[in-house]
Every structure is written in structure tokens, then in C-alpha cells.
Ligand binder design. Sequence first.
Ligand code: ADP
Ligand code: MG
Length: 419
Amino acid sequence: MDLITKDLLINFLIILLPLFLMQSLYQLKYAYRFENLKEWVFAIFPVLTMVSCMLFPVGIGDGFSWDLRRIPFILGILYGGYKLGFILLFFLFAIRYFIGGNGFYLTLITISLLAVLVLFFSRYYMKMSLKQKLTTSCSLIFLSVLMSVFFSEKLFESNMGARMWVQYIVINVTGMFITTLLWEGIRNNFEVLQKLMKTEKLEVVSHLAASISHEVRNPLTVSRGFMQLSSDEELSPQVRKFYVDTAIQEMDRASEIINDYLTFARPEIDKKEKFNVFEEIQGVADILTPLANMNNTQLKVSSEKNEYGFVLGERKKFEQCLVNIIKNGIESMPDGGKLQIDMIQHSSTIQITIRDEGTGMTQEQINRLGEPYFTTKSKGTGLGMMVSFSIIKEINGKIRVESERGKGTCFTIELPVCN
Ligand code: ADP
Ligand code: MG
């Protein structure tokens, strides 16, 4: 293997490393909700990669410097748009200027031409299919290297030899192919994750629907029975009134259950507001009682309505968070049991504990709790806890888990009071 190939491969490593760093950052931002990780941070990677490529070039002498800078440069513009493009362009010219030599003018010509071309394509790039993206990025780099070959031979009379040029072109294009594939893979991964997080609620809602219809059938059957009884003509007015009243009561119960469910299921625009934690707990308990009944579990809420128990945050999201945790508790008790929810008000925090008598978790499972896709259920999504954790974090709360295998699990949530 020639020296140039070896050095270019090291250059390629410089490109791969930041790509994996970027993936880890994406993981932090989207899966673990590091909201204050700003979008522009990701722009550092193409710049960093390009600069490192140029600082560790393949030494060829002649005042020319050979490296894989075109890969981060082209992809940076295609994915990041023209703003990132100008930053990259600035760094590229500045660094190339300090390196010096005839190559600077070669760079000035070829890269300027390339930049115009890439900027043109960047408008359509995001809407392309993977195949089109690969073709675009690879053709762009192929063209640009070809341009360099042409200008350096014609204008600067460099004598590299065809063999070198072929190697240089092959490595550039293969490098571009692999990098584009990886970049797309990383992006797709997180897009899918974000989409799934959005459908998580639908999943819960569809689960609840089964228990709701089950629960509504009872009052309907009862009221139908009383209606039938009251149609007897020989009844005294008092008894008939009693029958009809009972029927109405049962009907009201059915409609209440459906109402609770619909309020939870209705999508709402997220907005921050002050809400009463007690009311939310009570509301969520009402929504989940049918599910608990269907699973032979008892749902017990012991907390008092408190005028100071207010928290600032998105109400609907908080509901969703409680539903996810309580639903897990119910599901952890396949043979029935008790699920106890307590709320204690301290001076500056509200503490909610949700305790079940279910299967519990091993230490390893506790550690993995909140990781995307971690589930032990055959039909689980493994997103419920992740969503819950991130919601609590958004309200600046804390969540703790204690669990013992065979005994049960206790979630403790602490929220800052807002009065
Ligand atoms: P899913 O419920 O779809 O499996 P979650 O993110 O809600 O996904 O939960 C992830 C995993 O954490 C569950 O599969 C279960 O193994 C475990 N888990 C969560 N809560 C409890 C609990 N209260 N008791 C026992 N295991 C639990
Ligand atoms: Mg769950």
C-alpha cells in the first residue's frame, strides 16, 4: 500500500470519530432529553472534522496539501445549509492560507466552484431518497476532485502521476459514500425515535379503550335491568321512582367514565400553566380505575386537596407521566393487588409516591429504566418510562425508584411548588 493511501485512511478515521461523537450527543439530546443542548452544537462537528483533516494532511510537498476535507465540507453544507457553509468556507480558506504554498490558489478556485454547486443542491438535498443522496454527495466529490486534478495539472503543472490521482479519487469517493451512509443512519435512528415518542400516547390510549368499554358495559346492563323492572304497570310510584333514579345514576356513571377517557385522549396544544397536583392525581386515578378493575387491582389515593399544591408545567404531559407510571404498576400485578398513591405537601416541594405490590425489578432492570426501547413485556414499547422521566425533568422535578423482586416497586416524584 502506498504512503498516500495509508495517510488518507488516517484522514478517514478523523472523519469517522466525530461522527460517532455526534451520535452520542444526539442520544443525550433526544433520548435523555438534554434540552439545553442547542442545535448549533452539532454544527461544530463538520467544522472540527474539516479542520482536523487539513491539519493532518497527507504530506505531498510541492506546496500542495492533500486530504479528505471535501467530505465534511460538502456534507456540512448539504445537511447544515448555507450558514454552516459560510463558516466552513471561512475556516477552509483561512487554514489553507496559513498552510501556504501554491495550493492555496488551487483551493481558492476549486472550492469556490464547488461551494456554489453544493449550495445549489443543498436546497433539494433533504427531500431526496437515500439513493439520490448517495448519488449527489458522491458525484459532487468526484467532480470536485476531478476539478482539482484538472487545474493542478493545467495551471500549476504539478506532476502527481495518474496512479496517485486514481487512488486519491477512489478514497475520496468511497469515504464520501461511507460517511453519507453513516450520517443518514444516525439521523434516521433519531427521527424514528422521536416519531415513536409521539405515538406512545396513542398506544396508552388504545390500551385504555379496552378497559373503558368493559367498564361502561356494567352500568348500562344495570340501568337496562331497572328500566325493564320499572315498566311493570303494577308498581307503586315510589318503587318506580327508585328504579328510574337508579337507572339514571348508572347512566351518569357510564357517561362520566367516557368523559374522563375522552379528556385524556384529546390531543391538546402544550402550554405551561399552573395546575393543582391533587386534582391531576385524582383525575388520572379516575381514568385508570377501569383498567385497574379489569386487572383485579385496587387503586387507592390518599391525599387531601390542598390549596398550595400547585406546580408550573404542561398539565397534559404531567397526566401522561402519571398514567405511564401507574399503568406499569397495574401491569406488574397480573394476579391483582393494591396500588397506593400518596401525596405529601412540604414547604417548597410536593412528594408523590406510587407504590405497587407487583413483580418488582432487578438492579439491572432499574438501571436500564428510562432507556429507549427497554421493555420486559412481549407487547411493551419500552418508551413509557423514558417519556415520564423526561416530563418530570421538564418540570424541574426529581424521580426515584426503589424496587425489590417479588415484593413491589415504589416510585417517588418530587416537584417544586409554584404558588
Ligand atoms: P413498557 O411498559 O412498554 O414495557 P415502560 O418504559 O413503561 O415500557 O417500562 C419499561 C420496563 O420497566 C417494563 O417493561 C418493566 O419491565 C419495567 N417496569 C416499569 N415499571 C415497573 C413496575 N412498577 N414494576 C415492575 N417493573 C416495572
Ligand atoms: Mg409502560
